[in-house]
Design a protein around this ligand. Structure first.
Ligand SMILES: [Zn+2]
Length: 220
């Protein structure tokens, strides 16, 4: 009864109806936007291997059937509103000192085709909640790299060679890099390398999901 009353109240506030951000069913959703059934499939991020150049790393979830769906909807179905939902799931450790938040950039042609950079939408929400400064101008992607998922770790590194360049304005700053999914961390590592080369002090990284490299569920 109370559940139903709560649902109708929610409906009054969100007249379009509430849908689970993963399975898409109309349901009463938890604080992260997942229905009860999908919530049971969530696997909280615990730890991941370190990435060269990244001082510390965190994620909200392990990439799986439940968490991959909203990310794919955001990237491939243009569901921009999910950027806010996904960004809201990432808890940035209090002990990280952050001067600027930098979303992992897309190559300009890819961003133009998609109409937005999903990492930027996620980063915007992190900045809104944490009061951080968003600074996408500090990092540029010069190369449209091949889909990383089918490459080996060495192949991923080769594929990303010379892909990113940082602006010298990052000198002396503690930077937080944001991306949707991290697998081996090769992309984040290359971004950090470019920022450190221009004099950034520390580079931290956070993603919505960590995809365990040995699983089938990998970044695009
Ligand atoms: Zn669901």
């Amino acid at each position: 009864m109370i559940k139903r009353l709560f649902a109708s109240l929610k409906k009054a506030v969100f007249p379009e109806g509430l849908r689970c951000i993963s399975c898409g069913r109309e349901a009463v959703t938890g604080e992260n936007g997942f229905c009860t059934e999908c919530e049971m499939g969530l696997e909280a991020f615990n730890s991941a291997p370190p990435i060269e150049g990244i001082a510390d790393y965190t994620a909200a979830w392990v990439y799986n059937d439940v968490t991959s769906r909203p990310i794919k909807k955001l990237k491939y179905n243009g569901a921009r509103y999910l950027g806010k939902a996904l960004g809201g799931m990432i808890e940035i450790p209090k002990e990280w000192h952050i001067d600027a938040v930098v979303p992992v950039p897309l190559y300009y042609r890819r961003e133009w085709k998609r109409g937005f950079n999903q990492s930027r939408l996620i980063a915007e929400e992190i900045c809104r909640r944490g009061g951080y400064k968003l600074a996408p101008e500090l990092l540029i992607r010069y190369k449209d790299t091949k889909q990383q998922a089918r490459l080996t770790e060495a192949g991923r590194k080769r594929n990303l060679k010379g892909a990113f360049a940082a602006d010298e304005a990052c000198r002396g700053l503690d930077i937080l890099l944001i991306d949707d999914v991290r697998t081996t961390g090769a992309t984040l590592g290359k971004c950090a390398e470019a920022l450190l080369k221009e004099g950034a002090k520390n580079v931290y990284a956070a993603t919505v999901c960590f995809a365990k490299p040995h699983t089938k569920a990998r970044k695009q």
